[in-house]
Design a binder for this molecule. Structure first.
Ligand code: GLU
Length: 506
């Protein structure tokens, strides 16, 4: 590898939201590139116009940006092999298809959609391949003269690969070792469509070649396409330049039965997409890890651990650590079960780990989404410090800290009213006076003063601490009550105690 420039690519088709498996593919490409001082390329494979979805490309770029996996070359950043969007490269593919036809590795097929449909009706499990291609209308079954005429007349046609019969095609996968395919099981895939647009199979090979891709990490679902690609590399005379492939294992449903799908997410109540995605046609919203309150650091960390480990018990890794420790020989061949509880654990760990400024910025957005305007970052930082250990998702900040930003509208009266009495009313009235005069506004001093007051009135600490908590936050929850008082400040504490006293004594 030392004398070869490492160039890897993520090559998504912009067809909708990005599945976590897709982001793991990005991550492994990225880690490999960084580890080997290589180049990470993002190529948009948008040749299938029927599957093209408005907004999906921008979404992919946003996802990569959110994760901090920025490509070195892409349709946005440009680069020496531009364009990086296959639809913009359309004119260059025909030449390669023609070359394949010329050398007898591909052929023109003139069958109309109706004719193909008819054949599919006649032959169960019809495969356009060696068994039937002579019964179809193509440049192998028709005479040279007929073909010439059809082409001259501008008859719509596609170009298909001519799969060899009874051959075994093999390659060595970086993960799986030697993999073989029987050519009889693969049909004569379309390479170029009637409108000159290449299919994925032709475009991926041509572009991996032209963009000098050295290694390609892609999902296991692409393994069945590998024989077609292998043949194309060979037929186009580029075999020596073929990238090394690694087909990454699937991310499985929590029960291990089959690939984790978008539907599993909605069925089981967890995200499957990196970021929320709204289908522009149906308006259907699929929630994403980002919007549910995952940190990108945690998201990448948990994705890395789905199918990789460094051979120790370490589970928390920064991206830099992943770059330095990543190696293909520790990537598992077996599918990795997705465990949402574990995913949340990673997030909670990362919430404890990231620096305060980051956490403030993240929580601010989450609070804003709940209608809370944060006026002071410093104040928010202090509130976060008090509840940080309880946060699993960033969005939990609202549930655990809303009362630092607004007064409770309701009180858990059952917790205080049955034991309320005149002495307590007196206590809290005196407490208001006491804190009005308090200059040393620290949790410890405030608590000591309050406890002294409680003793003076002949009450027990517990009888007064709980009502104070309910006064400040509305119920029996939250961190240490004098930490709340200290942060709310004098005016706000007084306002809340006064307001609650009215409710408690009404
Ligand atoms: N365009 C393919 C996809 O949508 C890429 C497969 C590959 O990496 O070769 O995922």
């Amino acid at each position: 590898m030392s004398n070869q420039q490492v160039r890897v690519r993520f090559a998504p088709s912009p067809t909708g939201g990005l599945h976590l498996g897709g982001v793991r593919t990005v991550l492994f490409n990225y880690l490999f590139a960084r580890k080997h001082n290589g180049t990470f390329i993002l190529r948009i494979e948008d040749t299938d116009q029927n599957r093209y979805v408005e907004g999906a490309e921008a979404y992919i770029f946003d996802c990569l940006k959110w994760c901090g996996l920025n490509p070195d070359e892409s349709a946005l950043t440009g680069g020496p092999f531009a364009p990086y969007r296959q639809s913009e490269r359309k004119p260059l593919y025909r030449e390669y298809a023609e070359k394949l036809v010329m050398h007898g590795h591909a052929y023109y097929a003139f069958d109309t959609p109706e004719e193909l449909e008819q054949k599919r009706k006649e032959v169960p499990n019809f495969q356009y391949g060696s068994a039937y291609r002579n019964e179809m209308r193509n440049s192998l079954s028709l005479t040279e003269h007929e073909v010439e005429q059809l082409l001259k007349d501008g008859t719509p046609h596609v170009v298909r690969i001519k799969m060899p019969e009874d051959e075994t095609i093999s390659f060595v996968d970086m993960l799986r070792g030697p993999v073989s395919f029987d050519t009889n099981t693969v049909d004569d895939k379309v390479l170029l469509k009637a409108d000159n647009m290449p299919t994925y199979h032709l475009a991926v090979v041509v572009d991996d070649y032209l963009m000098k891709i050295s290694h390609a990490f892609r999902g296991e679902e692409w393994l069945p396409s590998a024989p077609v690609h292998l043949l194309l590399w060979e037929y186009l005379g580029w075999k020596d330049s073929m990238p090394e492939w690694a087909h990454l294992p699937l991310i499985l449903k929590p029960d291990g039965h089959g690939k984790l799908s978008k539907r599993d997410g909605s069925r089981l109540g967890f995200p499957v997409y990196a970021m929320s995605w709204t289908d522009p046609k149906t308006g259907e919203l699929t929630p994403g890890f980002r919007e549910l309150g995952f940190l990108p650091e945690a998201f990448l960390n948990l994705l890395a651990m789905l199918g990789w480990n460094d051979g120790t018990d370490q589970e928390i890794f920064t991206l830099d650590e992943l770059v330095s420790k990543f190696s293909m020989d520790r990537v598992s061949k077996a599918g990795a079960k997705f465990d949402y509880e574990k995913a949340k654990w990673y997030n909670a760990e990362w919430i404890k780990k990231i620096d305060s400024d980051r956490l403030v910025a993240e929580c601010k957005v989450a609070l804003q989404n709940k209608g809370i305007t944060v006026e002071s970052d410093e104040y928010l930082a202090k509130a976060i410090e008090l509840v940080k250990d309880r946060l699993v998702l960033i969005n939990d900040i609202y549930e655990h800290a809303w009362y630092f930003f607004k007064q409770p509208e309701e009180y858990d009266l059952n917790a205080v009213k049955p034991k309320w009495n005149e002495t307590k009313t007196e206590l809290f009235k005196t407490f208001i006076k006491q804190i009005e005069e308090t200059e040393n506004w620290s949790a410890a001093d405030l608590e000591n003063n309050f406890k002294a007051l409680i003793a003076e009135k002949g009450l027990k600490a517990g009888d007064a601490m709980l009502p104070l908590r309910v006064m400040l936050v509305g119920g029996k929850f939250g961190p240490h009550v004098f930490d709340i008082v200290a942060l709310l400040g004098k005016q706000e504490t007084i306002a809340r105690v006064e307001k609650a006293l009215q409710a408690f004594t009404a």
